[in-house]
Design a protein around this ligand. Structure first.
Ligand code: ZN
Length: 312
């Protein structure tokens, strides 16, 4: 059977238009389809907050099965299914994104977290126009492996010119735990580290806001330049649907589940009330969006579209 050529042409044009932006924006994801832990092609997303140049860096992706076992531990399969269906996402697999952020303040080049390994973060930085020795400050939001993995490869620090900043509470917890990741990636850099508390500023214009629970000393970072603001929420919420719609749903990675839920409500409530953009380390790439309130005590993620292109 032969289709009339006009509709075939129209259909091809529509398919082409639909397929092209996704492939152009996310080559890493397209290439990674069907593989777990595939190394993505370098991808970054650049924007400005006042005088700060910000780039989110896709340093890795991973497809993980049984998402309810990770993101909805304390709810029924029916409820998990309903919320997933309402948001057009499957219940048998989830896509993980690992997205460090680099901020050039004019005075400092600050990298927030380092991904799973040195190769992933250096490739993404390179795509964004940075060499490892451009980084002057590395801020570690918390010490899970997907955030500290790129600090060191073998015995070689990845960022030779950097000083390091992390939360005192976080450092104290892991230094007292018998943890191989900490020993390999963090301990060798301890003499170059500054330890901070809630409200401290690692760099002018960047302030730490405690969001304990995911780990004992997990911190978010508030950026302010000119009239503009941005919150780097790190792992306060780890899934854009399940953890925002239902902050009380228990997440396997949250070490103190009740404290993590309280931190989600506090941080997401603040971002929603003040209508500031946020970056989430595990939000779908580019990891930038807004948060609105939704339902009773819940939130909705509003992924970035063109808002930042039109800001005055
Ligand atoms: Zn994480």
């Amino acid at each position: 059977m032969r289709f009339p050529s006009p509709s075939l042409t129209r259909r091809s044009a529509l398919l082409g238009a639909a397929a092209l932006p996704a492939a152009a924006a996310l080559p890493g994801l397209v290439r990674a389809a069907g593989h777990s832990a595939a190394a993505p092609a370098p991808v970054h997303h650049a924007f400005s907050i006042g005088d700060f140049n910000v780039s989110t860096l896709l340093a890795g992706t991973r497809t993980v099965e049984d998402p309810q076992g990770t993101f909805g531990m304390n709810v029924s399969a029916e409820e998990f299914g309903e919320v997933s269906r309402a948001n057009f996402i499957p219940t048998d697999a989830s896509q993980f994104f690992f997205t460090p952020t680099v901020v050039n303040t004019g005075g400092e080049v600050v990298l927030f977290d380092t991904g799973l390994n040195a190769a992933g973060i250096t490739a993404a930085l390179s795509a964004a126009g940075y060499a490892p020795d451009d980084i002057t400050v590395v801020v570690i939001t918390h010490m899970h492996g997907d955030h500290i993995g790129g600090l060191i490869e073998g015995d070689t620090p990845t960022f030779p010119n950097a000083r390091y900043v992390t939360g005192q509470v976080e450092y104290d917890h892991w230094s007292n735990a018998d943890n191989d990741g900490f020993k390999a990636k963090v301990a060798p850099l301890a003499d170059k580290m500054t330890f901070i508390a809630d409200g401290d500023a690692p760099v002018s214009g960047i302030t730490a806001i405690a969001a304990f629970g995911h780990t004992p000393g997990h911190m978010t970072y508030h950026l302010e330049s000119g009239e503009e603001r941005l919150l780097l929420m790190a792992d306060t919420a780890n899934h854009y649907v399940w953890s925002l719609a239902h902050p009380e749903w228990e997440v396997r990675f949250d070490m103190d589940k009740s404290a993590a839920a309280q931190s989600r409500k506090k941080i997401l409530g603040m971002v929603a009330a003040e209508r500031i953009p946020l970056v989430g380390y595990h939000m779908p790439f580019p990891g930038v969006g807004y948060v609105d309130t939704r339902g009773e005590g819940g939130f909705a993620y509003v992924p970035l579209s063109y808002q930042m292109m039109l800001k005055g």
